[in-house]
Design a protein around this ligand. Sequence first.
Ligand code: NDP
Ligand code: OXD
Length: 315
Amino acid sequence: MTILFISGDDNAERWRDAVTEHLDGSDAENNFRVWPDDGGEAEAVDIALVRLPRPGVLAGYPNLKAVLNLGAGVDDLLADPVFPRHVPLGRMVDGSLTQGMAEYIVHGVLHFYRAFPAYRRRQVEHRWQPLSPAPDPNRWPVGIMGLGVMGRAAGRAIRPFGLPLRGWSRTEKKIEGMEVFAGLENLGNFLSRARILICLLPLTPETENILGRDTFSRLPKGAYIINAARGGHLVEEDLIAALDDGHLEGALLDVFRAEPLAAESPFWDHAKVIATPHIASISPSRTFAAEIAEDIIRVRAGNRPRHLVDMELGY
Ligand code: NDP
Ligand code: OXD
């Protein structure tokens, strides 16, 4: 039995120590190898711990019992045309990852709601000028696209500030303190009153490019966008156009089609854009390790990973 670590992360040894610390059994049973210098037999590998593996790599391991993704989103894995789809794929759900996202979203919402962009402009002009009246939370409905682990956590974190909450997901659900919309047929209704639109959807063929001209045109004038999901959700030129023509007032972007963000990207210098380098949630190995070890133990006992990806749905 061999765990194979496939990641660009330089800290493979730290991962090995952190994960195997939680595993019973001999070193041989917990044999931990690092791709690509693993030197051992591909047949021995039963578990792959992965973060952005190169397409095609996983197909070379014929006896995998599970692939465990060291992150929440699995779009990059499923984009691999030879990804072994018969192997159970588990994704990361971890309290610190969720907390990080909640913090990021609360920061973004309050940044726009409390008019920080306007105050920043006034500061640049050395202008001491409070805005009045004080913002009325009722006039700042927040719309969350995606009501899974991240979307719900974002909703819970925003709720104490009193801004009306709306949510949109594929299937119907009831969430306390939130008006919930489901399915494409209700998207327009959901968008029509969302003054701050937050995207926390997984990237799938259905959600790709969902933050584009059509969606923006259904938002109220002066709305703000927060995208902390995937760059593939956003049609970048449509966002720039909507910001430049004044329909949208600002955007907070953590994810981009191409990461790192290209030097020539207009987002670096756009006055209405705040760009962060995919840090909404940062993956700390210390808390992940126990989660991963628990899944390894489950899989080796003949069970599936806890946070199993539905291959049909793509999340
Ligand atoms: P979940 O799988 O828990 O939730 C996904 C949600 O999206 C569900 O509510 C689902 O609906 C909804 N959804 C999926 N497809 C559609 C659709 N076609 N139409 C409407 N709703 C849809 O994912 P998480 O909350 O854990 O993570 C979401 C994404 O956030 C990840 O895939 C990743 O890309 C991104 N992420 C980004 C991070 C960062 O640092 N920037 C960190 C972590 C995650 P339903 O409930 O009906 O199934
Ligand atoms: C992600 C993550 O999916 O960092 O972006 O977990």
